[in-house]
Ligand binder design. Sequence first.
Ligand SMILES: [Zn+2]
Length: 149
Amino acid sequence: MILEVRHRSGQRLTVEVDLAKPPTLVGAPPAPGPEVCLNWDQAVDDQGFLRRCPVCGCRDLYFRKDFYRLTGLAVVLLAAILAMLLFGGPWLYLVVAVLGVIMVVDFAIWRWGSGRLVCYQCGSGFSKLPVPRDHPRWDAATAARYKHE
Ligand SMILES: [Zn+2]
């Protein structure tokens, strides 16, 4: 599992963690960055799913797809430009083909793209770990509850 911690100091710490032998302290010298204590008590359930944030103990984690916004914006802009250049000409079938390819790429990213769990309270991220298919996605009401705490 890859753990990305947002430390109170504003620094980020990225550490690879072996769930079979989880560490209780990461980022300790000589590693650069902040030192973070991890509490794995009840963090992982019997099926190996992360149910609690080992950084802050929060039980509310949401699943988020990893998608680079700049890549998505570039793909949409490229498709829009190609569609505008080809529209109105004799190559209308190419416009439909370009939009179809973009739709297939978008579906592939949505379906098979990697994802991560994110803690509502501390913002730490957990990737490259098993996540149940029905794990909750981001919820505005839950996020608002932690924003005011
Ligand atoms: Zn947390």
